[in-house]
Design a protein around this ligand. Structure first.
Ligand code: ADP
Length: 297
């Protein structure tokens, strides 16, 4: 079994071997245990408390997660457990109340084009054509790469729709245009918050395959939020299961399925085994989340 419990993993990572205590203390210890190069994300003991109507609401409490460069990590958790909050702290839209989020070894200080964000609702400008939307980010930095834009239109199957407006495209095509818009900035890290959950099953499957193709071709880190167990396993190198609110890491599941992958992998025995494992882990949290939503917890 390649699965491991996160609590065990965290304990191992936090144990400082006696013979490795260097003169620079914690900084040196960090460099021994965690990479901090381009594309790494390190969430350290992060908590987020919102000022809600009924008083303080602790959305995330003591979240620890290290993501290696070029790793594909999915975060799986019930609705309201703090998944988006974590992602928005990595994106730089929100500040953690406690703890820290490091990207490339540096504390996050606001949004940056090297961290591209995709939400369920696309952020295309409705008054701009698809071409104008895709070019917008690089144009703002005077960095339009014509070859890159052309390749993206081809890769996303958007040729012929360059001059269309978002409302003229289907939901799936809008999300492909959204992916093209994100990739035009050539981000090191892609932050994706349930990007396909508003799509019908068939379109969702096509988008998952498109994303796997894009990720397998490029060197990017992906942090992908979902509440869909099948999607979480299909895409990821590791599935991080969160507890119900306040969210923290409950479990980490290594996905040892071969790459390149396509959606056929869901019929394999190993996939089903991983799915059972993830379902077991999330079941209790989903029940707690439902009780919270009904005001029973
Ligand atoms: P998820 O993405 O897992 O559905 P969220 O991160 O969106 O969870 O939200 C976690 C909890 O924090 C929820 O209970 C939500 O209602 C609450 N929350 C999110 N944003 C705010 C906010 N701006 N003010 C108050 N509460 C918030």
């Amino acid at each position: 079994m390649s699965e491991r419990n996160t609590d065990d993993a965290r304990t191992d990572a936090n144990e400082r071997p006696a013979d490795r205590t260097g003169p620079d203390g914690d900084e040196q210890f960090r460099s021994w245990t965690e990479s901090s190069g381009t594309g790494t994300v390190n969430i350290k003991d992060m908590s987020k408390v919102y000022d809600a109507d009924g008083g303080d609401l602790t959305a995330v409490d003591g979240m620890d997660l290290h993501i290696e460069a070029e790793e594909f990590v999915t975060v799986l958790g019930p609705s309201g457990c703090g998944k988006s909050t974590v992602m928005e702290c990595v994106a730089g839209y929100l500040d953690p109340t406690e703890g820290e989020v490091l990207v490339n070894g540096e504390p996050v200080d606001g949004p940056d084009p090297s961290r591209g964000v995709v939400f369920q609702e696309n952020r295309l400008f409705p008054w701009k054509t698809i071409n104008e939307n895709v070019r917008f980010g690089p144009q703002m930095r005077d960095a339009v790469d014509e070859n890159r834009v052309e390749t993206l239109f081809d890769q996303m199957g958007l040729e012929g729709f360059e001059n269309s407006y978002p409302h003229e495209l289907s939901g799936g095509m809008q999300q492909r245009a959204e992916l093209a818009r994100l990739l035009a900035n050539d981000p090191d890290i892609m932050l994706m918050d349930e990007p396909f959950s508003g799509l019908d099953a068939m379109t969702k499957e096509l988008m998952q395959e498109k994303l796997l193709d894009v990720w397998e071709d490029d060197d990017r880190t992906v942090l992908f939020i979902t509440h869909d167990v099948e999607e979480a396993i299909l895409l990821a190198d590791r599935v991080v299961v969160m507890t119900a609110r306040p969210g923290r890491v409950k479990d980490v599941i290594d996905v040892d399925l071969d790459r390149p992958r396509d959606t056929d992998v869901v019929t394999t025995d190993r996939f089903k085994e991983l799915q059972r494992r993830a379902n077991e882990s999330i079941h209790e949290e989903a029940e707690r989340a439902m009780e919270q939503a009904e005001g029973r917890a």
